[in-house]
Design a binder for this molecule. Structure first.
Ligand SMILES: [Fe+2]
Length: 233
């Protein structure tokens, strides 16, 4: 990213020493009110703030969360869930790697492979994310989705080694979207896979890493969007 590119959601300030005027804050003087704030509106304001924080730390991770948020919204609409549950899964998808804020840059941005000791630190990011988000009112369930987003369906994941449907639904969805997004983007050691090949890789690991029913649902959503607008689960 060039130094003149504004960070997502932040004004193009460009390191100027000029002071921000009151008008430029976007706050209207008459806008201060003691009226109660809608809890979901408050929640989204906290989400946007955390996304901004993650962008400051590592814009790659922030952009990754934005892709996943869109897919989570599309996929969860095919499930028989309440609008609050759908929104919670969408928010958890956006923030699933927020705990990487606690990972030192020397590890998070290391070009070469991590050492076993470095992996031990990296693997703590779900716990860090849970610790940050569980403090926010309204994010109790979201924080659990974040905590468990690296569990495996067969129980061999982390941090808790949960198995099958004991893994919260949102976390089982996030792990599918997370791996799909990684596979469909270029990496230094390989080119991005096509959507068809990436779905094929997901299918190889059903009942090992992924929930088989949710992988089938995701395949419908991502490869056959015209036939996936109605609830099938
Ligand atoms: Fe993660």
């Amino acid at each position: 990213m060039s130094s003149s590119t504004p960070l997502v959601g932040l004004p193009a300030w460009g390191g100027s020493s000029r002071r921000l005027t009151f008008e430029e804050t976007g706050i209207e003087q008459s806008g201060f009110s003691s009226a109660p704030v809608d809890p979901r509106r408050f929640l989204w304001s906290a989400v946007n703030s955390l996304v901004g924080l993650l962008d400051l730390k590592d814009q790659v991770t922030g952009t990754h969360g934005a892709h996943m948020s869109n897919w989570a919204l599309g996929m969860t609409k095919m499930l028989d869930l309440s609008s609050i549950e759908i929104e919670d899964i969408q928010i958890a998808s956006t923030l699933h790697d927020i705990g990487k804020i606690g990972i030192p840059d020397a590890i998070l941005k290391k070009e070469g492979p991590l050492t076993p000791e470095e992996w031990k630190i990296m693997d703590r990011h779900p716990e860090f994310g849970w610790a940050i988000t569980r403090e926010i009112i309204g994010m109790e369930r979201i924080s659990l989705y974040i905590l468990h987003h690296h569990e495996f369906y067969n129980g061999n994941g982390y941090p808790a080694g949960l198995k099958g449907e004991t893994i919260p639904l949102g976390a089982r969805i996030i792990t599918i979207l997370d791996c799909y997004d990684a596979m469909t983007h270029d990496r230094p050691y390989r080119k991005a896979l096509t959507p068809e090949r990436a779905v094929g890789e997901l299918k190889k690991f059903v009942k090992v890493q992924f929930d088989p029913v949710l992988v089938e649902l995701f395949e419908h959503y991502i490869l056959h969007p015209s036939t996936s607008s109605t609830a099938i689960v």
